[in-house]
Design a protein around this ligand. Sequence first.
Ligand SMILES: NC(=O)c1ccc[n+]([C@@H]2O[C@H](COP(=O)([O-])OP(=O)(O)OC[C@H]3O[C@@H](n4cnc5c(N)ncnc54)[C@H](O)[C@@H]3O)[C@@H](O)[C@H]2O)c1
Length: 263
Amino acid sequence: MGRMDNKVVVVFGGARGIGLATVKEFLAEGAVVRSSDIREPAEDLGHENFTHTEVDATDESAVQSFVEQVLGEHGRIDVLFSNVGIHLGKPLPETTLAEFDHIFAVNVRTAFLAARAVLPHMIAAKAGSIVLTSSNGGMMGRPADPVYNATKHALVGLAKSLAVAHAHLGIRVNTVNPGAIDTDMLRSTLASPDEFEAKQHALTASTPAARVGEAWEVAKAVLFLASDESRFVNGAVLPVDGAKAAGAMPGNRYSLDFELGVR
Ligand SMILES: NC(=O)c1ccc[n+]([C@@H]2O[C@H](COP(=O)([O-])OP(=O)(O)OC[C@H]3O[C@@H](n4cnc5c(N)ncnc54)[C@H](O)[C@@H]3O)[C@@H](O)[C@H]2O)c1
């Protein structure tokens, strides 16, 4: 008996990193997973309950037709995991308007479009769980990353507002808020993969747990929020960050974060 038996799950941004790790958790727990991304999955999962579709989640009609396709094939969507995101890592004075618009499109418009596409069906079914991937940067200010952080705060506001609006209909909307997690995104904020290894000490210095997290550790939290085990958890903001968002660290740790331009 799996924790996600008979659930139909739609994932945006499922090809690698946290998205792919979560897809694997959903499949292991018995869900039917319809994943999408702008890229092919980093691994061949070869699972009978898994399909992957190329979808640019910023594209209104592509999102709508993907959701309608899933509904046409399965008759319902029980879970939406909206996980698409990109990083910026620039001080505000250096950020162009094009960069601002682009990151809001990828990090926020995608969640808006995905939620808008699935909500009418969840409302009709009077059931559903939506999980948005925010960040611990969606819970606190960080000096090196104001625009990325603003997108992640926007997702928290969206999730809470949707939760308040739809809780009486049996629909739950929560965010998962990762700290520094070892994925391609995190490594791409540094100059080279070697630099990641060399700078592990500095990357972990701003995390009370004194380490970077793994994608599966976030996936376990998403699984909880998606499954019926969290049925009275709604509008929640769940940090998976080794206590980074829990309180202020000594100044020298944050200054390292600033110096590196990482989360
Ligand atoms: N890794 C971290 O340290 C960290 C920390 C906090 C929050 N997050 C958030 O977690 C989420 C996943 O990040 P990750 O670290 O796994 O990064 P990642 O780059 O490995 O995964 C992001 C996925 O989004 C996809 N994507 C990008 N633009 C897209 C688009 N327009 N349409 C569809 N798919 C698109 C990418 O192809 C990729 O598969 C992101 O929202 C990110 O902001 C990550």
